[in-house]
Design a protein around this ligand. Structure first.
Ligand SMILES: Cc1ncc(COP(=O)(O)O)c(C=O)c1O
Length: 388
């Protein structure tokens, strides 16, 4: 297929994606003088514009400039990076942490680093793309277990016992990014432990939102997997990613993770903003996440009352299932006509036949916003035959 044919093929299957520039993208924003609601943002706690984050970033730029100007193992490792890492580790209850350029780069680096060249990896079927790509980059054998199906995971581990000197890794999201549901982490941890496998949990959608003081779901359950990974472009309202693990695994990752070793350290402004967000989490003692969950639960109830077939409430990620790719696109376009931004999520991000609107509630949305949005969702849903 030529590039032109490939584009046409994507268009015909309702899978073409394109960029749309926005003048700004807060939970509520103005476009050509009209008020819009943004239900596509991962800025769950509405911190991206928080004065404390902005002030910390500006101070860091003034004192340290705009770039780390080197990889962390050369000259790009500032005291600022190290103090953030120490604070992150303490926050999620692990011994050490290492910051990467993004959540995606964290998973691309950590998985091959922990796998080495003699490993088998066991992944939830709906793991985030970065976990899948990290697994592929490890270049070792891997198996997918059915989504959240611990019996299937157990069975696969049983069927593929560790060979001499082989590492086995179990990898799961804690909150799944496109479905918003939660992994049975306690059971998964127990199964991994029983089979002598290492466990990596991606807490990108949980840290800041769930658990004691917002420390995530592992902390809530008292679990200490071998590694927790997390992006900081969501509840942190900042950017970057980190892994939290033991001191030894930290040293191994520093030595092996190519997306860490061969990449410029995050700039001071980003590190300072993440640190300010972390300070806000600690100060709020979980109140920010609890407030967000109340708002999200309310929106979930409004959508269910309107007749949408909602999965049980678990997180601020609320999938409004549509099924067909073209209908999902039409739904998103009609929402945009009513000044609601909500992305149509289609394959390959989600399995074929499960296109959806991925609605995220944030602390920028008040009760009136949620009521207005739920009404518009219902009207569009009825117009398109998604709702009877
Ligand atoms: C579960 C999960 N892991 C990792 C990432 C990647 O994080 P980042 O956006 O910081 O690259 C995402 C982002 O969408 C995610 O949802």
């Amino acid at each position: 297929m030529t590039p032109e044919q490939a584009l046409e093929d994507l268009r015909q299957r309702g899978l073409l994606r394109s960029l749309k520039a926005l003048p700004e993208n807060r939970g509520r924003f103005l476009l050509n003088g009209e008020a819009w609601l943004n239900f596509s943002s991962n800025d769950y706690l509405d911190l991206a514009h928080h004065p404390a984050l902005k002030a910390a970033a500006v101070r860091a730029v003034e004192e340290l400039g705009c770039s780390a100007a080197g990889s962390r193992l050369t000259s790009g490792h500032l005291v600022l990076h190290e103090t953030l890492e120490t604070a992150l580790a303490a926050f999620v209850g692990m011994d050490a942490a290492l910051v990467f350029g993004s959540g995606f780069l964290t998973n691309l680096g950590v998985i091959p680093a922990l796998a080495g060249d003699h490993a088998t990896i066991f992944c939830d079927r709906l793991n985030h793309a970065s976990l899948i790509d990290g697994t592929l980059m490890a270049g070792v054998k891997w198996h997918r277990y059915r989504h959240n199906d611990t019996a299937h995971l157990d069975d696969l581990l049983e069927k593929h016992p560790a060979a001499e000197g082989e590492t086995r890794l179990v990898i799961t999201d804690s909150v799944f990014s496109m479905d918003g549901d939660i992994a049975p982490l306690a059971e998964i941890a127990e199964i991994a432990r029983r089979h002598g496998a290492l466990l990596i949990v991606d807490e990108s959608h949980a840290v800041g939102v769930m658990g004691p003081n917002g420390a995530g779901l592992c902390a809530e359950l008292g679990l200490k997997p071998q590694a927790i990974t997390c992006g900081m472009g969501k509840a942190f309202g900042s950017y970057g990613g980190f892994v939290a693990c033991s001191v030894d695994l930290h040293a191994l990752i520093v030595n092996r993770a190519r997306s860490f070793i061969y990449s410029t350290g995050l700039p001071p402004a980003v590190i300072a903003a993440s640190r300010a967000a972390l300070d806000l989490f600690v100060e709020a003692r979980g109140a920010l996440g609890a407030d967000l969950m109340d708002r999200a639960r309310h929106m979930h109830a409004l959508l269910a009352d309107a007749g949408f077939d909602m999965p049980p409430f678990s997180s601020p990620i609320l999938p409004v299932m549509v099924g067909d790719n073209h209908v999902a696109l039409d739904f998103a376009a009609r929402l945009a006509d009513r000044r609601i931004l909500c992305g149509a999520i289609r394959p390959p991000t989600v399995p074929p036949g499960t296109a959806r609107l991925r609605l995220t509630v944030t602390r920028a949305h008040d009760a009136a916003d949620l009521t207005a949005a739920a009404r518009i969702f219902a009207e569009v849903g009825r117009d398109l035959g998604v709702l009877r």
